[in-house]
Ligand binder design. Structure first.
Ligand SMILES: NC(=O)c1ccc[n+]([C@@H]2O[C@H](COP(=O)([O-])OP(=O)(O)OC[C@H]3O[C@@H](n4cnc5c(N)ncnc54)[C@H](OP(=O)(O)O)[C@@H]3O)[C@@H](O)[C@H]2O)c1
Length: 281
C-alpha cells in the first residue's frame, strides 16, 4: 500500500482505528478522520509508534453537519491530489430522537447522508486516482431495515433500532447503486458486515439490550482488530481487485437482504439523498 492515500472516517477508536492501524502497517498514507482533535492526535501518535509509519494525518469534523462533511472533502483534496481508498466507517446509534443542524434525524445523517455526500464529493479524485476503492461498513441488521420514505427522519415514529437498521440498509443500497454508476471507472465499491465487535458502539443501549451487548455477550464478541480484518482486506487485497458491488463478511461474498437488492429502491434512495444533501449545489 506504499504510495496509496487512504481516508478512514471514525478512526479514533473501534473498527476504524484498527483499520487505520492495519493500513498504516502496510505502508499507506492514512488520513484519520475523527470529531475530536485531541483523540485524533492521540490516535495518530499511537499509530506512528506502533507501526513506524509517519505518514499519518488527522482531519477533524462532526459528520452530523453537511457543511462539515463538505469541509472534509475540501481539506482532503487540498492536501492530496490522489485518494486511493475511502473507508466510510463512522457510525452511531441514538436512543432518543435528535435532529442535526440540518434538521435531519442524527442516525440517518451520520450513518447514511454523511458517507453519501462525502463519497460523491470525493468521486472525481478517486476516479483520477484509479484503481481506487470505496469500502462501506454496513451491518447484518440491515436485514431488519426498511427505508421509510414517509417518515425518513423518524418524526412520527422513532425507535433507535428502526433508525439504525434503516441507516445500515441505506449503506448497502448506496453501495450497490454506486457500483452500478461507477462501472468502467476503475473505482470499486463494496460493503461488509464486521461481525459483533467489542467497541463503544453499544453505549446508547440500556436495559436488557445494554446488559447483553455491553456485558454478557462481550466474551463472545470479536476484537476491533478482527472486526477490521474484512475492511482492510477490501481496502487493500489484490484478491478483490476489480470486485465491486458486493456485500462481504469474513472476507467472503454473501447475499444481502432482498430489500437491499431492490434496484428501484436504491435509485429512489439515491435521488432523495441527493436532494437532502443538496449534492448538486
Ligand atoms: N460494533 C459492532 O458490533 C458493529 C457491528 C456491525 C456494524 N458496525 C459498524 O461499524 C462501524 C464502526 O463501529 P464501531 O463498533 O467501531 O463503533 P465505535 O467504537 O463507537 O466507533 C464509531 C466511530 O464513529 C465516530 N463517529 C460517531 N458519530 C460521529 C459523528 N457525528 N461525526 C464524526 N464521527 C463520528 C466515533 O467518533 P467518537 O469517538 O467521537 O464518538 C468513532 O470514531 C459503524 O458504522 C457501525 O455501524 C459495528
Amino acid at each position: 500500500m506504499k504510495e496509496k492515500v487512504c481516508l478512514i472516517t471514525g478512526a479514533n477508536r473501534g473498527i476504524g482505528k484498527a483499520t487505520a492501524l492495519g493500513l498504516a502497517l502496510k505502508g499507506a498514507t492514512v488520513i484519520i478522520h475523527c470529531r475530536n482533535r485531541q483523540l485524533g492526535e492521540n490516535t495518530r501518535e499511537e499509530i506512528i509508534t506502533g507501526t513506524g509509519n509517519t505518514a499519518i494525518e488527522v482531519i477533524v469534523a462532526d459528520l452530523a453537519s453537511l457543511e462539515a462533511v463538505r469541509q472534509v472533502a475540501g481539506e482532503v483534496t487540498r492536501r492530496h491530489t490522489a485518494l486511493h481508498v475511502l473507508v466510510n466507517n463512522a457510525g452511531l446509534t441514538k436512543r432518543r430522537h435528535t435532529l442535526t443542524e440540518d434538521s435531519f434525524e442524527t442516525t440517518l445523517a451520520v450513518n447514511h447522508l454523511a458517507p453519501f455526500l462525502l463519497t460523491n464529493l470525493l468521486l472525481d479524485t478517486l476516479k483520477s486516482s484509479a484503481p481506487a476503492r470505496i469500502v462501506n461498513v454496513a451491518s447484518m441488521v440491515h436485514r431488519w431495515g426498511k427505508i421509510n420514505f414517509d417518515d425518513l427522519m423518524g418524526q412520527r415514529n422513532y425507535s433507535m433500532d428502526r433508525a439504525y437498521n434503516q441507516s445500515k440498509l441505506a449503506n448497502i443500497l448506496f453501495t450497490y447503486e454506486l457500483a452500478r454508476r461507477l462501472q468502467g471507472s476503475g473505482v470499486t465499491v463494496n460493503c461488509l458486515e464486521p461481525g459483533m465487535v467489542v467497541s463503544d458502539f453499544g453505549r446508547e443501549y440500556t436495559g436488557f439490550k445494554g446488559l447483553m451487548t455491553n456485558k454478557l455477550w462481550r466474551p463472545f464478541m470479536h476484537s476491533p482488530e478482527k472486526g477490521a480484518d474484512t475492511v482492510i482486506y477490501l481496502a487493500s487485497s489484490p484478491e478483490v481487485e476489480g470486485v465491486t458491488g458486493k456485500y462481504f463478511t469474513k472476507r467472503r461474498v454473501v447475499r444481502s437482504s432482498r430489500a437491499s437488492n431492490d434496484a428501484i429502491l436504491a435509485s429512489r434512495l439515491w435521488e432523495v439523498s441527493e436532494g437532502l444533501t443538496r449534492l448538486a449545489s
